[in-house]
Design a protein around this ligand. Structure first.
Ligand code: ATP
Ligand code: MG
Length: 406
């Protein structure tokens, strides 16, 4: 018998012909995350089986699996072969007993049996009854079908049987990098890291774009922005952070935009710049942490004024969420404590009383008057890219190289 972790996936996205691609990415992600804790990681009958190394730590493996998008649940246990001549039931009983006796606090149990192949001579119900009797007899536990202390899983595969227990819930969603590339407008507040994580959980490969108030992008390194980046990097190891100073905008626009429109126009600048970057680098969508009515700039009129005519889709996964549930999720994904840390505030430059229904025409007119295209080009000319280790400038030609290398 070998020690294994068995991992079930939650959904297969667009299914059909894509199923194999989803399964492969899911398996690869688990293999990479388990590292030396797993001797082998393979897909078998719609679940992933990781054979654990002798010195593997269940805690470490569990922590790694908790980061994997697409995991519905996982459990630790044993695996061994079966053949039509030797159906391995004695081993099923031994393994189930081991699981049942692992924790003395366990008083009741339930068996879940599932056959992925129909040529195993016992049907699921027979496995449950026979195994149940053995566990009652040998371990002295009682059966509780509704609220058992321990659930024991018996999974009959093509040539092997898995017996596992102690189901842990996964984060669910879709396997990493299966739903396109997106660019998240990342403020470093509570909402945008949660929005980025939610889109990652839907399988998007998300990079971040932050407009910062410093003279040089180097000053952002070490602030909560890069600390939040590090947390999100555990979910997407490939993540990158674009840093764009907004001083070009401030110089060109701040004194020329009427106070009531400042906030919305500044957001328009951020969205248009993100749109330009997305176009140049092939991102298929923008992601923001907007939530309807949360602040004056997030009324339905102002959201339209900011987004009107953009040539890229905008995804706002928090649009209908209330702040408390966003905070709960922020805590769960370890971004809350960082997000509430102080940061040099650019919004103190903006009016405290923004208009809640800025008309699209006004924004369009201001864009022409203040030469938005030039502000965008100047700002992107000063863009830098942070990968967690190195900060690189990304002007003109290099932007194209970035596009090719990704
Ligand atoms: P968050 O929404 O992340 O908690 P916040 O509430 O301070 O931060 P808002 O003013 O509500 O930010 O902005 C709404 C959205 O606009 C943010 O979720 C983010 O997507 C985008 N955004 C705001 N400021 C910036 C910035 N400096 N750089 C990039 N995107 C930003
Ligand atoms: Mg917000």
């Amino acid at each position: 018998m070998k020690d294994v972790v068995v991992v079930h996936y939650s959904e297969l996205g667009t299914k059909g012909g894509n199923r194999r691609m989803f399964e492969r990415k899911f398996t690869d992600d688990i293999r990479r995350r388990l590292g030396a804790d797993a001797l082998t990681v393979r897909l078998e009958s719609a679940r992933v089986i990781g054979e654990l190394a002798p010195d593997a730590s269940r805690e470490r493996v569990g922590h790694a699996l908790d980061q994997v998008f697409g995991v519905a649940w996982y459990a630790f246990g044993k695996i061994f072969p079966w053949t039509p001549e030797d159906i391995g039931f004695a081993q099923v009983e031994a393994a189930a007993l081991m699981e049942a006796c692992r924790d003395p606090a366990v008083k009741s149990f339930k068996i879940h049996a599932r056959r992925s192949v129909k040529n195993y001579p016992l049907v699921s119900q027979e496995i449950c009854v026979r195994l149940g009797e053995s566990v009652i007899g040998a371990a002295g536990l009682t059966v509780n079908l509704h609220r058992p202390d321990l659930a024991i899983y018996v999974e009959i595969l093509t040539n092997e049987i898995v017996v596992a227990s102690g189901r842990a819930e996964g984060v669910r969603g879709m396997p990493q990098a299966t739903s396109g590339r997106m660019l998240c407008l990342f403020s470093g507040g509570i909402d945008s890291p949660v929005a980025a994580w939610l889109m990652m959980r839907r399988g998007a490969r998300v990079d971040l774009l932050h407009f910062h108030p410093y003279r040089s992008s180097e000053e952002v390194i070490g602030t909560k922005i890069t600390k939040l980046f590090d947390v999100l990097k555990t979910s997407n190891p490939e993540i990158r952070l674009f840093l764009v100073p907004h001083d070009r905008y401030q110089v060109s626009a701040s004194l020329r935009v009427p106070t009531a429109f400042e906030t919305v126009f500044f957001r328009r600048f951020m969205f248009r710049t993100a749109e330009a970057l997305a176009g140049r680098l092939g991102y298929q969508g923008l992601v923001t942490g907007d939530s309807l009515g949360q602040v004056a700039s997030q009324t339905i009129d102002n959201l339209l004024a900011v987004q009107t005519g953009l040539s890229v889709s905008v995804f706002q996964p928090l649009i209908a969420s209330d702040k408390n549930s966003i905070i709960d999720l922020a805590r769960k994904i370890y971004v809350f404590d960082l997000a509430i840390q102080p940061y040099k505030d650019c919004c103190s430059l903006l009016s405290k009383k923004p208009k809640t229904n800025v008309a699209v025409d006004i924004i369009r007119r201001l864009e022409v008057e203040l030469e938005m295209e030039k502000m965008i080009d100047d700002s992107l000319g000063a863009a830098s890219l942070w990968d967690g280790k190195m900060l690189r400038r990304v002007p003109g030609k290099v932007l194209k190289d970035v596009s090719r290398s990704s």
